[in-house]
Design a protein around this ligand. Structure first.
Ligand SMILES: Nc1ncnc2c1ncn2[C@@H]1O[C@H](COP(=O)(O)OP(=O)(O)OP(=O)(O)O)[C@@H](O)[C@H]1O
Ligand SMILES: [Mg+2]
Length: 364
């Protein structure tokens, strides 16, 4: 049975997730590996997420640094699994998004797939988003097809919710085309605020947010962003939701707020933007399954469960998929779809003109 590796380096910039998957009728997870993002690389990538001088050279250098790390990750993954490179049919590599501007017709993922193929000796499938954008789509989210293939249920209405840097949802309704869209910021604003205030990379289990109070005046202000009320297809990124965005909204308030109240309000923003979007687009969702790093935020999950009751909220572990590895598994599957000629975008999600085969192949 063919083996694929999946490499996901998400918008949180926390690190690179790697998986080894056996693709039978259903993908089977054989091994996992995680490499935290070294701080200098993290800073270079973050700087590339907004306009600045000499972007072409900085981006070419950053992607070489990134791809060497990804290649090291593949090597360690294969050592753990005790499999030779020759046993892997392809690596599905998402690359690192440094700009996502679908309204301008583009989304940029760097990750030098040619060098990844050269360093690993394994064929690489990359550049998954641009064909959908070329066909008039958002190029995102791409995981709904994978969620549909694995988790669509003949009679139950299911929602898959990924809470990474940003949050996105896949709505699986029996006998209907899958729907999906980005809901808004997932962890990104909470991460930025706790880093700005305390120098920490994230708010473990939402513990700091739990010490603060949700401020309705700030919440209303933040929710007034047009993105939240827009109907899909829609996708977003750091171009829109960033520290400047938050500070601009804070500056409009007539008084300053305790930092922990801001954090509590940002957690509420993540929860409300998800629950508002879900109840508006699929009020019948019975089972909601969460994946991504946000699945570890106990406080956030508690709040989501309150807002979404009587629907039940569980992590994707209940479906047999570890919530930390879902996205990387999706990119291993997308590589398989590319090589098999299976279209993997969903026009009902991205708004593309039609089904398209996603990805570009860099043979070993
Ligand atoms: N124990 C925890 N408590 C609270 N938040 C956590 C915890 N562990 C991880 N996180 C959050 O999850 C984030 C990482 O999530 P994840 O890797 O899914 O996002 P990502 O890399 O942006 O992925 P993608 O863009 O593919 O969705 C961290 O930045 C942090 O905010
Ligand atoms: Mg990540």
């Amino acid at each position: 049975m063919p083996l694929y590796a999946g490499v996901m380096s998400g918008t949180s910039l926390d690190g690179i997730d790697l998986v080894l998957v056996e693709q039978t009728t259903e993908p089977r997870l054989l091994e996992t590996h995680y490499l935290p993002m070294p701080e200098p690389l993290r800073q270079s990538l973050l700087a590339l997420c907004s306009s600045g001088p000499d972007e072409i050279v900085r981006s070419a250098l950053a992607e070489q640094h990134w791809v060497r790390l990804a290649a090291q990750g593949i090597q360690e993954l294969l050592e753990k699994a005790q499999r030779p490179a020759s046993s892997i049919r392809a690596i599905g590599s998402h690359g690192q998004t440094i700009r996502h501007m679908p309204q301008e017709g583009f989304s940029v993922q760097i990750g030098n797939p040619a060098l990844l193929a050269e360093l690993t000796g394994i064929s690489v499938v990359a550049d998954f988003r641009r064909r959908d954008l070329a066909a008039g789509g958002e190029g995102a989210p791409l995981v709904p097809a994978f969620h549909e293939a694995l988790f669509a249920h003949p009679s139950r209405v299911r929602a898959l919710l990924n809470i990474g840097g940003f949050s996105n949802v896949s709505l699986l309704t029996p006998q209907q085309a899958v729907q999906g869209f980005d809901c808004g910021p997932g962890n990104v604003l909470m991460d930025l605020w706790i880093c700005h205030q305390k120098g920490l990379s994230y708010d473990a289990h939402g513990a700091w947010a739990a010490t603060g109070r949700v401020r309705p005046e700030l919440l209303t202000q933040l929710l007034s962003d047009d993105f939240f009320a827009a109907t899909g297809p829609k996708s977003t990124g750091r171009e829109r939701f960033n520290l400047t965005w938050l500070k601009d909204h804070l500056a409009v308030l007539p008084h300053s707020l305790p930092a922990e109240d801001v954090q509590a309000t940002l957690l509420e923003l993540t929860a409300r933007s998800i629950s508002d979007a879900l109840t508006r687009t699929q009020p019948q969702a019975e089972d909601i399954f969460v994946c991504g790093g946000g699945a570890h935020n106990t406080k956030l999950l508690e709040r989501l469960q309150q807002l979404l009751a009587p629907s039940t909220l569980q992590t994707t572990a209940a479906l047999g998929v570890d919530p930390d590895w879902m996205e990387a598994m999706a990119f291993a599957w997308l590589a398989h779809c590319c090589l098999e000629g299976i279209p993997a975008n969903r026009p009902s999600v991205t708004g593309a003109l039609g089904l398209r085969i996603l990805g570009a192949i860099y043979p070993a």
